[in-house]
Design a protein around this ligand. Structure first.
Ligand code: PLP
Length: 403
């Protein structure tokens, strides 16, 4: 008997770990060395976890073998409340905090608790594709609003407004952004808040990269500008603290909750159903948030992340027909290929060809729900010399693609 996947998965797509990665694994198994620029996982690139975070987790391990409260352990939730207050998000209580197995689990949980079939969620294009995949999986309809490359990838307020309809329930904002590296200025954020206010939208703010900021970039949590709106702010340890494998993330509800009792009850049911998130990972949260913030050094121009982002951005921009907006945060560059010079019809094919010919792994722009086939994403976690090697290979490959 044929065993088919559920119809719920028909429009669910997550290409960061899709067919191109599958082919890369085959090539590796055949003995090829693949240069990987495809995933935002700091540890394999020699980024170490902050030692005090590890020490705290190890110290607590003997007490971490049972389930915890479904929402997470209290010291972690207290530390997250404190962090939100320090960042200007007021009126938050430990009961408003849910820990999860990474932000990933919480994205699915919070959308699942909200969406009825056909409810619409505004999601940026390009996006971190889990948002689109999860909205579809939960029966919702992802509606993409455009971020404008000519405006440093800021969300187009006009496009958002044009796409709000009767069934729009929520708006997702990813700031700092994956894949564009944009960090949104205050006026853009107030514009988004104003739209959400006028149209009764819940704001889902994915701020997992909020400490990975370059040059003079400043991150403003959108919830701090919208105390009168229900906001869900997502954060975690995977990126700022470089422990993606610990699966430690959180979501914080802020703003008025009187009208959201039913939604919160739904969230509680789902939190209870998964029993609790990984407990050892939760024990790393307090030490991470309260301790010395080593990320602040890594993002300096002389720090590893700052230097690598600069090198990748400059070298890519120097390639003929390639342009990219300077990333101000996160771990990515999202270059544009001039379509006059590189007429790409299928950008997954482009990424596969790059892989076959140059043994280099990137993710194609449509994998981030970008509507055209003229972008790809480069992760800037590799050492600067490896990034230089990678961009050299991209340059050679593009030569073969030129019109
Ligand atoms: N949100 C964004 C924007 C991301 O880029 C990622 C991972 O790359 C996640 C969420 C998921 O992170 P986590 O490791 O906490 O599940």
């Amino acid at each position: 008997m044929q065993v088919n996947q559920s119809g719920k998965l028909t429009s669910v797509c997550y290409d960061i770990r899709g067919p191109v990665l599958k082919r890369a694994k085959q090539l590796e198994a055949e003995g090829n060395n693949i240069l990987k620029l495809h995933i935002g996982n700091p540890a394999p690139f020699g980024f170490e976890a902050p030692p005090e975070l590890l020490q705290d987790m190890i110290r607590n391990l003997p007490d971490a073998h049972g389930y915890s409260d479904s929402k997470g352990i209290l010291p972690a939730r207290r530390a997250i409340v404190q962090r939100m207050e320090d960042d200007g998000v007021t009126g938050v209580d430990v009961e408003d905090v849910y820990l999860g197995n990474g932000v990933s689990e919480l994205i699915v949980m919070t959308l699942q608790a909200l969406l009825n079939d056909g409810d619409e969620v505004l999601i940026p294009a390009p996006d971190y594709p889990l948002w689109t995949a999860a909205a579809s999986l939960c029966g919702g309809t992802p509606v993409h609003y455009l971020c404008d490359e000519a405006a440093d990838w800021a969300p187009s307020l006009d496009d958002i407004e044009a796409k709000i309809g009767d069934r729009t329930r929520a708006l997702v904002l990813i700031n700092p952004n994956n894949p564009t590296g944009a960090v949104y200025p205050r006026d853009v954020l107030t514009g988004v808040v104003e739209l959400a206010r006028r149209h009764n939208l819940i704001i889902f703010a994915d701020e997992i990269y909020d400490r990975i900021l370059y040059d003079d970039a400043r991150h403003i949590p959108i919830a701090s500008l919208a105390p009168d709106l229900l906001c869900l702010t997502f954060g975690g340890l995977s990126k700022n603290y470089r422990v993606a494998g610990f699966r430690a993330g959180w979501v914080v509800l802020s703003g008025p909750k009187e009208h959201a009792e039913s939604y919160i009850e739904g969230l509680d049911i789902l939190a209870n159903m998964r029993l609790c998130p990984n407990v050892p990972g939760q024990h790393a949260v307090q030490a991470a948030l309260g301790g010395y913030q080593s990320i602040n050094e890594l993002v300096l121009p002389t720090g590893r992340l700052g230097e690598q982002r600069d090198r990748a951005w400059k070298l890519l921009n120097d390639l003929p027909g390639v342009s990219c907006v300077r990333p101000m945060g996160a771990l990515y560059v999202f270059p544009r290929l001039d379509p006059e010079m590189y007429p790409i019809e299928d950008d997954m094919r482009f990424a596969l060809d790059l892989l076959e010919q140059q043994k280099l792994l990137v993710v194609q722009g449509t994998g981030f729900n970008w509507p055209a086939t003229d972008h790809f994403r480069v992760v800037t976690l590799q050492y600067a010399d490896d990034l230089e090697e990678a961009v050299g290979r991209i340059g050679e490959f593009l030569h073969t693609y030129r019109r």
